[in-house]
Design a protein around this ligand. Structure first.
Ligand SMILES: Cc1cc2nc3c(=O)[nH]c(=O)nc-3n(C[C@H](O)[C@H](O)[C@H](O)COP(=O)(O)OP(=O)(O)OC[C@H]3O[C@@H](n4cnc5c(N)ncnc54)[C@H](O)[C@@H]3O)c2cc1C
Length: 379
């Protein structure tokens, strides 16, 4: 057992922290208020190699391990959670899936540009009637001679507006449940593809989330990922890895909450002493630190299992459910420690609380993570 980060992981942490502090943090509150998509930040993340961190260099990725990815995600989320979800979708839901399941043709023509950050990806599984029960989808992919024709509506697509390519799940054979679902990569320039207006969200407001509409969209047959009928299996195994990213995002928010709470509690004087002199405040800080450290260890364990090619699904669910709940508690306590000043946008503290909430919902809600964990216990 070794708790020391490698030299490469330490370098990634330093690089990500410097970028997050100098280039992400300064405009994060304003971007949240104006719902401005962080274009420059995404370009810089591409320059830093953060958009395809775990992809083999032969496909223009960074060739890094999952722990490095978790470290970078935490640092980015600490400064700007919206930027971190843009990064996480491209890394864990798009590039990871393509590297693991797609053909050489797709890797050459799509993965290279996505991993280098020249293009941006999105992952489209959810539909209005099928969220947690994702296999209950209605989007159809009808097979024709040289292509599949897609019809249907997807929703809640992160990067739906600003992406170039979308991983889409659709039914190729009806009446056989999840075994009839297939996975495609779709170029948004295809005729019949349309994007809805960005949702007005509680948090992660400078990332975009949209509906996608498919009206007889012709997708070349080479764009099928895996075999027909393998789509749902591909989606679930990809989401296992995605949960490590979301857990890291959550812990970034929690860490920002702790740092802001420590510095404010030392500055803010009430009853002639800093509020940090009160044990009630100290207990809050200590509890935050204990929980953040515990969550981080769960994340590193899940990431390590993944890097060792061992089963990591349950570990990733544990990391996600715990880290997201820690993020909620830490950000709520952070607002409390800031008193009234925590409740206004200017201090950037209420944003942490709003951003934290989504980590309990997307890529599988906390209830669904507990089902995954319990199913494993009871098998
Ligand atoms: C901002 C945002 C970004 C998103 N990005 C993407 C994306 O990029 N791609 C994508 O495909 N999807 C995305 N999603 C969708 C997200 O993954 C779903 O919202 C999530 O899976 C939950 O589905 P739902 O919203 O339909 O809730 P539902 O499934 O309707 O669940 C409602 C409630 O019931 C609970 N529940 C459901 N079933 C059970 C059960 N069996 N046992 C106990 N409790 C249960 C849930 O935990 C939840 O509390 C995004 C969502 C949001 C809000």
């Amino acid at each position: 057992m070794n708790f020391e980060l490698t030299e490469e992981q330490k370098l990634i942490k330093r690089t990500a922290k410097e970028f997050a502090n100098n280039e992400l943090a300064p405009g994060a509150v304003e971007r949240d208020q104006t719902k401005q998509w962080p274009k420059e930040a995404v370009e810089k993340m591409a320059d830093l190699g953060f958009m395809g961190m775990m992809v083999n260099p032969k496909w223009d990725g960074g060739g890094m391990d999952t722990i490095s990815y978790a470290i970078a995600m935490e640092e980015v989320a600490r400064a700007d959670d919206s930027a971190s979800v843009i990064m996480s979708v491209n890394n864990s839901l798009v590039c990871y899936l393509l590297q693991k399941y797609s053909s050489e043709f797709i890797k050459e023509n799509y993965l290279k540009d996505l991993a280098s950050g020249k293009k941006l990806g999105a992952f489209s599984l959810s539909e209005p009637q099928s969220g947690s029960d994702a296999s209950n989808m209605l989007t159809i992919a009808r097979k024709e001679e040289n292509c599949y024709v897609l019809n249907g509506t997807k929703n809640w697509v992160t990067n739906g507006l600003n992406s170039d390519y979308v991983i889409v799940f659709a039914v190729t054979e009806q009446g056989i449940g999840h075994r009839g679902i297939s996975c495609f990569i779709v170029d948004k320039k295809n005729k019949g593809f349309d994007v809805g207006k960005p949702e007005d969200k509680l948090g992660i407001r400078s990332s975009d989330t949209t509906e996608l509409y498919f009206d007889n969209v012709k997708v070349p047959k080479e764009n099928l990922i895996g075999k027909e009928g393998e789509g749902f299996k591909i989606a679930l195994s990809t989401l296992d890895g995605g949960r490590i990213g979301i857990a890291s995002q959550a812990i970034g928010i929690a860490q920002a909450s702790l740092e802001k709470s420590v510095s404010y509690s030392k500055e803010r004087v009430q009853f002639n002493k800093p509020i940090s002199a009160n044990q009630a405040i100290q207990n809050k800080l200590a509890n935050m630190a204990i929980e953040i450290e515990s969550a981080r260890l769960l994340i590193y364990k899940a990431a390590w299992l993944k890097d060792m090619n061992q089963n990591f699904g349950v570990a990733a669910s544990m990391a996600k459910v715990y880290a997201s709940e820690v993020a909620m508690r830490a950000s709520t306590e952070c607002v409390q420690i800031h008193g009234g000043y925590g409740y206004i946008a200017e201090t950037g503290v209420e944003r942490l609380m709003r951003d934290a909430k989504i980590t309990q919902i997307y890529e599988g809600t906390s209830e669904i993570q507990r089902l995954v964990i319990a199913r494993d216990l009871l098998k």
